[in-house]
Write a protein that binds this ligand. Structure first.
Ligand code: ZN
Length: 512
């Protein structure tokens, strides 16, 4: 057989292994979706066993030595930045790059560390729930130290050049490092603090009282569904269900499901939660045929994924054109609760800016400051510059410096998020990256679809959606996030796009 023929055979075999790995992943996703939406309570224990078996099988598949041998045989190196022979181009090249990355990450970490981390985080989440209920960080600090030791071990198994944090960040935001991130965040945080000062200095407060009136859940459901349909979410390839924490999950190339939760006395919860998940769902449903069912059928990174949900939720879903179209329908559904609330008051209400203690409730301006605080602290924690017992003080100081607020207790401060108890260090920055990419992509979209406002005002979402599909969604994970950003916008990630967008929007609302 010719050299080329042998190479084709190896590539084919790697694609087969990947296909099985994906099928296992989608099967596990069904178990997980079921658990979160409709599983009877009594099934919890056995479901945990089923899911643990599935993740074991997946781990075995992606770490089988055959993958390393085949990649080696094709001349693909297993460095953090893999070398790929020139003869592989296009989708083959992207496939090998991502497979080498997945194989390397999974096989470098010894089974002992994987099992210990799984155990430590299961305990961690339980202890965190109790500590948060008691608003007492000291009850969680011991277990957090155990988790952080293991997370550091993961990092050193994977190896890094500059900082312990880098391989952890790379898990969620492939091919990005903390030095790059710091540069972007420094500019962003300076701009946000300035903007927040101007908003405070404007003396204007926005009325949000009407959002807390009573909104019948059945009507919220009907409205949410009509918004999803207008946004092009395809119900023949997806579903909308309810769960305690909203999420999007992919069970197959043509089965991408989203969930939401309803609150009778707070309209934005389900409304913007649904639109957010719809953005994630449209991304997954829009992957090009050629990559479906392979490991390239993923978001380029969590940051890029979040850019699609945040763009839908904020840049589109909280925009004036969007509500010019939808508000009359909403008002017809809730004539009592929205009595006396005109379009302008509604628009301002869903966009009000006020520093607050809780990240998930934060507005578009202050949200990113919450993220930067977490990034700063988790980087210091894994780098050994901040001791676990000093974390609550560091948190409170950071909150005061960035937002001018000091949490009254740990539950409303350092204990509010689940991530660290689950060992998810390096995840938080992807939320802010999502906002940054969203604004930068949207800037190009506005130029390409110059009548986007008029289109959305009249309920025609196709031009915007078509743009997103061909410029972002179709590419899936074929290009690393950095390259995708340059391809779409002509330049690397730059915080000025988000800062300009926020300045323009909130300058108009707050009158400066
Ligand atoms: Zn999201």
């Amino acid at each position: 057989m010719s050299e080329e023929g042998k190479a084709d055979g190896k590539l084919l075999r790697l694609r087969e292994i990947d296909r099985e790995y994906r099928l296992l992943g989608h099967t596990a996703a069904i178990l997980h979706w079921d658990q979160e939406t409709c599983m009877p309570e009594g099934a919890v224990r056995e479901r945990a066993e089923q899911l643990s078996l599935m993740s074991g099988l997946m781990h075995d598949r992606i770490t089988q030595p055959e993958i390393g041998e085949l990649l080696g045989g094709l001349g693909v190196s297993l460095d953090p930045d893999p070398r790929l022979p020139e003869r592989f181009q296009g989708l083959d090249r992207a496939f090998l790059r991502e497979l080498a990355r997945a194989y390397r990450r999974n096989s470098r970490i010894p089974r002992r560390v994987v099992t210990e981390l799984a155990k430590a985080t299961t305990i961690g989440q339980r202890v965190w729930v109790e500590a948060r209920k008691a608003a007492d960080f000291s009850r969680f600090s011991g277990q957090l130290s155990v988790i952080l030791d293991l997370v550091r071990e993961v990092s050193s198994c994977l190896g890094y050049r500059d900082h312990t944090y880098d391989p952890l960040l790379d898990e969620y935001e492939p091919w990005m490092n903390s030095a790059e991130l710091e540069e972007v965040f420094a500019e962003l945080s300076a701009g946000l603090v300035r903007l927040l000062d101007r908003i405070r200095g404007s003396g204007k407060t926005v009325d949000t009282e009407f959002l807390h009136r009573s909104y019948e859940i059945e009507k919220q459901k009907a409205f949410g569904r009509s918004v999803l349909e207008a946004l092009g979410y395809d119900f023949s390839r997806g579903r909308l269900d309810e769960s305690a924490h909203p999420f999007t999950t992919t069970l197959g190339s043509s089965d991408v499901r989203i969930t939401t939760r309803y609150n009778r006395r707070f309209l934005p919860a389900a409304l913007f939660g649904t639109i957010h998940e719809c953005g994630h769902g449209l991304y997954e449903l829009g992957f090009d045929e050629a990559v479906r069912g392979t490991l390239l059928a993923e978001g380029a990174s969590l940051g890029i994924h979040e850019s699609q949900s945040r763009m839908m939720e904020n840049l589109i879903g909280r925009s004036m054109p969007f509500w010019s179209h939808f508000y009359p329908q909403l008002k017809d559904l809730f004539p009592g609760s929205l009595e006396g609330v005109d379009l302008r008051r509604f628009y301002e209400g869903v966009n009000g800016v006020a520093p607050s203690l809780i990240r998930v409730e934060a507005d578009e301006v202050t949200y990113n400051l919450h993220i930067m605080l977490r990034f700063d602290l988790e980087k210091q924690l894994v780098g050994g510059e901040l001791a676990v017992e000093d974390l609550p003080d560091a948190w409170n100081e950071g909150m005061e410096r960035l937002l001018g607020l000091v949490p009254p207790d740990d539950a409303q401060g350092v204990l509010q998020d689940i991530h660290w108890s689950g060992g998810m260090v390096g995840y938080f920055p992807t939320y802010a990256l999502g906002n940054l990419y969203a604004a930068q992509f949207f800037d190009t979209l506005k130029r390409d679809v110059s009548d986007w406002r008029e289109q959305i005002e009249s309920g025609r979402f196709e031009p915007v959606l078509d743009w997103l599909k061909s410029n972002v969604h179709a590419h899936a994970r074929v290009y690393p996030a950095r390259e995708l950003c340059t391809r779409i916008t002509g330049e690397p990630l730059d915080p000025r796009f988000l800062l300009d967008y926020l300045q323009e929007k909130f300058g108009e609302i707050y009158g400066f």
